[in-house]
Design a protein around this ligand. Structure first.
Ligand code: FES
Length: 87
């Protein structure tokens, strides 16, 4: 489990094991655009400000990952207890 803070909306969402970040955000009323929900299309790519995503997609390149400034909430999780994002 980890938490996501949506910095620009002042909202914190808990993401339990078994729920995607995308669904947890939707539960909190935050709609992120998405399509494949499998980490392939890139539609859901969201900005990361703080924390380290646990990338589980096949969309972001190594360079994208190295910048540590975005993740795919449809399938990726977090290596840090908290991920601060901007939508
Ligand atoms: Fe396609 Fe997330 S919805 S990569």
């Amino acid at each position: 489990p980890f938490e996501i803070v949506v910095a620009n909306r002042d909202i914190t969402v808990q993401v339990p094991v078994g729920e995607t970040a995308l669904h947890a955000l939707a539960r909190a009323g935050i709609d992120v655009m998405f399509s494949c929900e499998q980490g392939v299309c890139g539609a859901c790519v969201t900005g990361v400000i703080e924390g380290e995503p646990d990338h589980r997609d096949q969309y972001l390149t190594e360079a994208d990952r190295a910048r540590n400034d975005c993740f795919t909430p449809c399938c990726s999780r977090s290596r840090t207890p908290r991920l601060v994002i901007e939508i």
